[in-house]
Write a protein that binds this ligand. Structure first.
Ligand code: 5GP
Ligand code: ZN
Length: 139
């Protein structure tokens, strides 16, 4: 447990939550500020952050539960689609620094729109150069 971490406090039962799923390692509960009603967070019970510091076996367990929740939103809420999101760092919009996946049920009529503003590369080589830079940084 990390001191002053809201999600660690939820795991410990010090802050109440509307639980959807729980096992030895993973907890899923309703987001208090849903983008669409039914919006669920999936977290490890142990404190890790960000994704790059989270062990792969933990990530595998989290993604398995994300899949379960997505299926349950489709079956139980009749969701027509599901968004899965995961933020790392304030620059990426992360507010709670305990790794979590957002699982958001989507409906054609839910009214939510992502501000997904696709940009363009300056020239054809820029994209290739960025790919090469990231590729060279792979370990
Ligand atoms: P982030 O921006 O870090 O990816 O998302 C954090 C999410 O945690 C937000 O969607 C926010 O609504 C949710 N959240 C913050 N505090 C609480 C809380 O005390 N209880 C619950 N259930 N959700 C919370
Ligand atoms: Zn935590």
């Amino acid at each position: 447990m990390s001191a002053n971490c809201i999600f660690c406090k939820i795991v410990a039962g010090k802050i109440p939550s509307a639980k959807v799923y729980e096992d030895a390692d993973v907890l899923a509960f309703m987001d208090i500020g849903p983008i669409v009603k039914g919006h669920t967070l999936v977290i490890p019970k142990q404190h890790f952050d960000p994704i790059t510091a989270t062990p792969e076996p933990v990530l595998a367990k989290l993604v398995a539960v994300v899949k379960k929740i997505a299926q349950a939103q489709m079956n139980g809420l009749r969701a027509e689609g599901v968004n899965v999101m995961q933020m790392n760092g304030a620059a990426a919009g992360q507010v709670v620094p305990h790794i979590h996946f957002h699982v958001i049920p989507r409906f054609a009529t839910d009214g939510h729109r992502w501000n997904w503003a696709a940009k363009q590369y300056d020239d054809p080589n820029e994209m290739k150069q960025l790919a090469a830079t990231v590729q060279a940084a792979l370990k």
